[in-house]
Write a protein that binds this ligand. Structure first.
Ligand code: SAM
Length: 185
């Protein structure tokens, strides 16, 4: 199977956060660029994909997607505090489409992850290792036979997560996954 993870500059944060890292970062301040990304994910990755975004973007992204997806949640147990904000922002959605179906899955996999943000990665929005592990688990990624395309690799954490992952082993009619997170809290 061939999967994709997309972690683009979030809407309205392109030029501000990534202008110094990429010449076309400002493109992501236009909703149309995000719609084109969704088209690409739908066209090129029928086996499954995951897309990170800000909670406020769900309002306009989901009506555009118009297909069956799951909204998973990365809850940040440690995060930036903004003094002027009324209610702190402490989670990010992951829009999940398809992925490998694994029956009788053990350990159980949750549609939420609780873990701290990554620090000192040198790139705003760089994802922590546990987050990347969780994305691969959500997609049912098997390193022995699957491909994961990280469309916005940044610090390269997703490739490292794929490289350190152990293959799925089939035990009788039950697939057991080793090397993945069970209780992620
Ligand atoms: C949210 S970060 C990705 C972080 C990555 N998941 C990680 O854990 O390191 C978004 C990335 O997209 C890059 N980027 C910005 N504009 C881009 C564009 N127009 N095309 C491709 N990549 C772009 C940024 O430089 C940055 O590396």
């Amino acid at each position: 199977m061939r999967f994709a993870y997309a972690d683009p500059p979030y809407f309205k944060h392109g030029k501000r956060l990534y202008g110094e890292f990429h010449d076309q970062a400002a493109d992501w301040d236009d909703q149309e660029t995000h719609f084109m990304l969704i088209e690409r994910l739908m066209d090129e990755y029928p086996d499954g994909w995951a897309l990170s975004c800000n909670p406020s973007d769900l309002e306009w992204l989901l009506p555009y997607i118009m297909v069956d997806v799951r909204i998973c949640a990365w809850v940040k147990s440690f995060h930036r505090i903004r003094d002027l904000v009324n209610v702190q922002h402490s989670w990010e959605p992951v829009i999940l489409k398809e992925g490998r179906v694994i029956r009788n899955r053990r350990p159980y996999l949750r549609d939420h992850l609780v873990c701290p943000i990554a620090l000192r990665k040198g790139l705003p929005g760089a994802k922590p290792d546990r987050f990347n592990d969780w994305i691969l688990a959500l997609l049912g990624f098997n390193p022995a036979e699957d491909q994961i395309d990280d469309l916005f690799p940044g610090t390269g954490g997703m490739a490292e997560a794929a490289a350190r992952m152990n293959p799925i082993r089939v035990v009788g009619d039950q697939q057991t996954i080793f090397g993945l997170l069970g209780d992620t809290a």
